[in-house]
Design a protein around this ligand. Structure first.
Ligand code: TRP
Length: 330
């Protein structure tokens, strides 16, 4: 008998086309774990409304993101991909969970604290406070046991575990309904942006997975390097150089030679960047091709989403039946 696969639930807010940081921080691990686990992938469109209530681009952004997921190798036959907003059970479970966690606990959430700093207290909405509660519903609706995420999301996984324990204790049944999910961080979780700051689409310091080769070359030329290496002959410090960190990831075969030549003043930054850009262009070639395929087969993309949403709905309905029964509210 085949052992039942553990469930992975992971998701992203639909910000449109994805960048290299999404690939190394999340997508690669989703794809690597796809055979061993049962993956579910969520397009967190409701969560996106916390940063911007304007919903006019959400659908297009969701489709753009979905195409990048597919191009990166998420197989729609085995891993359902779906929009949070289309599965009404997310909202219902979020409401039930909101009774099981104190506001004091949510106020201590470090990501909320970051938002308070960035946004100013007056523009903080109720949805910000409840953000991790909705995320807990996302994960537990599918009984997610493993959640591959960036480090910044670990506090949300911790809140999810607390809510899961709280629900199971409050509404006991013979076999507890919810698992206690664990977060998994990938090795290259943090890829720094071309300007040395956190990689983020809104700052424009990214390489998009869909960028054409000449755009990648052009962007790489703007990357910051070791400030002490001004001329080619100056000895460089690879360990503090952003471009070197990209070589580590995208050019493992040459990385040690590059380190030595940079330190010896034999390799200039312009050449080093060109070589790095070439490797990234090569690495993204299959992605670009698959993307182009899906962009010219939009019917297929829509039916993939439709099918993912049907499968997610079925699983969500099953879990909610158990929830209603345990709560005696069936
Ligand atoms: N909060 C996550 C992010 O910003 C997105 C997200 C929403 C998510 N629901 C999720 C991630 C459930 C993992 C599991 O990246």
């Amino acid at each position: 008998m085949e052992r039942k696969k553990k469930v992975i639930l992971s998701g992203m807010r639909p910000t449109g086309k994805l960048h290299l940081g999404h690939l190394t921080g999340a997508l690669e691990s989703w794809v690597a774990l796809q055979g061993e686990f049962q993956n579910y992938h969520l397009i967190a469109d409701y969560h996106a409304l916390t940063t911007n209530p304007d919903s006019s681009f959400l659908y297009q952004n969701s489709i753009d993101m979905l195409i990048d997921w597919l191009a990166a190798g998420i197989d729609p036959k085995i891993s359902p991909m779906f929009r949070q907003s289309q599965i009404k059970e997310h909202s219902e479970l979020h409401l039930i969970f909101s009774m099981l966690i104190t506001t004091a606990r949510l106020e201590r959430n470090p990501t909320l604290k970051e938002q308070v700093r960035d946004l100013a207290m007056e523009s903080l909405v109720y949805g910000h406070l409840g953000y991790p509660v909705l995320q807990a519903a996302d994960i537990l609706l599918y009984k997610g046991e493993v959640v591959p995420v960036g480090e910044d999301q670990l506090p949300h996984i911790e809140i999810t575990r607390e809510i899961s324990r709280r629900f199971n204790a409050q509404y006991p049944v013979r076999v507890p309904i919810f698992p206690e999910p664990e977060g998994r961080i990938t090795k290259f979780a943090r890829l720094t942006g071309l300007d040395g700051k956190r990689m983020s689409k809104s700052i424009g310091n990214t390489i998009l997975l869909s960028d054409a080769p000449d755009a990648i070359m052009k962007k790489m030329k703007t990357a910051v390097t070791d400030p002490q290496k001004i001329r080619k002959g100056d000895p460089g410090h690879p360990d503090i150089c952003l471009v070197f960190s990209y070589h580590t990831k995208f050019n493992p075969a040459e990385v040690e030679a590059i380190r030595a030549d940079c330190q010896a003043g034999k390799l200039g930054c312009v050449d080093c960047k060109t070589r790095c850009a070439q490797r990234i262009i090569e690495a993204l070639e299959p992605h670009r091709e698959k993307r182009a395929y899906f962009e010219s087969h939009m019917d297929e993309v829509h039916s993939i989403l439709d099918n993912g949403e049907q499968r997610a709905k079925q699983k969500a309905a099953e879990t909610m039946n158990e929830v209603h029964a345990a709560m005696n509210m069936g």
